[in-house]
Ligand binder design. Structure first.
Ligand code: A2P
Length: 329
């Protein structure tokens, strides 16, 4: 399988290379793609050196599949051109997620929707992915009425520039800024731009994408998304109101048997998920599982995942694996 990674020099792109190798995706030829600036740069993959090419050069090389993580603008311009050339695109940007003609996929939740017609497939937002893998089995069992989520998101979700800003601030260097404020020793309750309704774009992504992936617009969701000075791994406090009564032991059992989910929940030993422990892992970790005692049929959870892995690279590669499994690649 000829695999192009568009954005191979970026944070998510390089994680995609790690995940492709770690999961033994059948790559016979890698085509690393980045901007004109990076053309000719050498990239290591499974002990071999590959030269970075531009998107136009990549199309001419006719890969079977292209994994995109090079920003929304690059996806809007190039994904249709790759698709027209018969190359299946799995896109990590927000460019196509809410397009009604495109599938938005988390394989464990809605991998079944993929068909031979899907030439551009969207990978959801990092915060959405780790939330839906936990919500879906609970929704199937108890019916979710409403979700209140607050996030604690790592700087790696913003890209190379943000990691540099945090490192600069810690080293006392004044450099280029990815955020409007200092991020070290701080918390910024803004991710992406503000919308007319007072929510940020990231918050609206979590709401709309969750409804689309689970395939149920009746689930009411409200989100507050927050950037914190953590180098890898997003955390989420999730409050879920169900239509039906639940049993706490059954909730734990349902989550424990969900593929890709690991329950870490032992208050007696102060055990709960933390971003430091999720780093470099493909799974979503859930803990602090308890009843919301302020109202009936309501549950509190704490969910952590490596945003560059399950939140981005891993989910993209898993979509490619699903296509292979279904004979669509
Ligand atoms: P480059 O390194 O050449 O700028 P991050 O989100 O971590 O900052 O990474 C963004 C990725 O998207 C990088 O690999 C970057 O390549 C790539 N990229 C940005 N603009 C383009 C473009 N016009 N065509 C192809 N790749 C691009």
């Amino acid at each position: 399988m000829k695999v192009a990674v568009v954005g191979a020099t970026g944070l998510v792109g390089s994680e995609m290379l790690t995940v492709l190798a770690a999961r033994n995706f059948p790559v016979t030829e890698l085509i690393p793609v980045a901007s004109e600036r990076s053309k000719g740069k050498e990239i290591q993959f499974k002990g071999k050196q590959y030269k970075v090419v531009t998107p136009d050069e990549a199309i001419a090389l006719k890969p079977d599949v292209a994994l995109f993580s090079a920003g929304g603008g690059t996806s809007l311009t190039y994904a249709p051109r790759f698709a027209e050339a018969g190359i299946t695109v799995i896109d990590n940007s927000s460019a196509w997620r809410m397009d009604p003609t495109k599938k938005l996929v988390v394989p464990e939740v809605n991998g079944a929707v993929l068909t031979a017609e899907d030439k551009i497939i969207a990978n959801p937002n990092c915060s959405t992915i780790q939330m839906v893998v936990v919500l879906n089995p609970l929704h199937e069992r108890y019916g979710i009425k409403r979700v209140v989520v607050s996030t604690y998101q790592s700087v790696t979700g913003t890209g190379v520039k943000a990691v540099q800003q945090l490192n600069d601030e810690r080293a006392g260097i004044t450099g280029e800024k990815a955020y409007p404020y200092q991020i070290d020793l701080n918390v910024i309750p803004q991710i992406d731009v503000f919308q007319d309704n007072g929510y940020t774009k990231e918050e609206m992504k979590m709401i709309k994408e969750t409804n689309k992936i689970i395939g149920d617009d009746t689930i009411r969701i409200t989100a507050t998304t927050v950037r914190i000075p953590v180098m890898g791994g997003h955390s989420e406090s999730i409050n879920i109101e169900f239509a039906n009564e639940f049993d706490l032991d059954e909730v734990r059992a349902l989550l424990a048997k969900q593929p890709g989910v690991v329950v870490v929940d032992n208050p007696a030993n102060q055990e709960y998920p933390m971003p430091k422990d999720a780093h470099g892992k493909d799974e979503v970790f859930v803990g602090r599982i308890r009843r919301d005692e302020s109202q009936p049929k309501t549950l509190n959870l704490w969910v952590v995942a490596d945003n560059l892995r399950k939140g981005a690279a891993t989910n993209t590669v898993q979509i490619a694996e699903k296509l292979l499994e279904k004979g669509l690649l």
